[in-house]
Design a protein. Structure first.
Length: 202
């Protein structure tokens, strides 16, 4: 009497389902189960991309000008035309120079206010000019519409404090008080600014 096989009959529906599941798993393991996501190349695309994809990490390939870099607070800003983005520069390698134009490669992440970029690499740093600062009032600044941009504000300095490792200027404007944090201030004396009108590009 011949022994019947306990293996699933591959001609059956169950057998075909098992084979299909195995094939999909194998293709997924090889990274072949779906098309790769094209990198974002314009900062404006951060505002229109699916928030779920932003949080999971979309690759980016941006060209723009570095407007600020603070390694102590792990902060960097990149601007492209009239759009800006906050960059987390951890492990960035070559220190970026504010005012330089760069190619920035990285992935998106969810930020506190707007999407940010992390896991960054910089390529092709070269000297450039800072963007033309956008003049703002305090109410415009508080709207969040100009987040991460190079801007200009005016007011009167009424308090100066050292907040390690930066200098903080409290500036009085017609609409209220705003703070300015200044890096690389050791070579500059700000004591003459107290109670004087000043203008800052931020």
């Amino acid at each position: 009497m011949a022994r019947r096989s306990l293996a699933p009959p591959w001609g059956s529906y169950l057998g075909r389902s098992i084979a299909l599941s195995y094939s999909l798993f194998f293709l997924s393991f090889l990274g072949l189960s779906g098309a790769e996501i094209d990198p974002l190349t314009r900062l404006s695309e951060l505002e229109t991309a699916d928030p779920t994809l932003i949080e999971s990490g979309i690759p980016v390939d941006f060209e723009g000008v570095i407007t600020y870099f603070d390694p102590n607070w792990s902060m960097m800003f990149l601007q492209q035309a009239d759009q800006g983005v906050f960059v987390i520069p951890n492990g960035i390698g070559e220190p970026p120079v504010p005012g330089n134009k760069v190619r920035l490669l990285g992935v998106t992440a969810k930020g506190d206010f707007r999407p940010v970029v992390k896991d960054v690499r910089l390529q092709g740093q070269m000297a450039a000019r800072f963007p033309i600062p956008t003049p703002l009032t305090l109410s415009q600044l508080g709207s969040g519409d100009h987040d991460s941009l190079w801007v200009r504000m005016e007011g009167i300095v009424w308090e100066i404090q050292y907040v390690e490792p930066n200098l903080r200027l409290s500036v009085l404007s017609p609409e209220g008080v705003f703070n300015v944090f200044v890096r690389n201030h050791d070579a500059v004396s700000y004591t003459h600014l107290r109670a004087h009108e000043t203008r800052h590009d931020l």
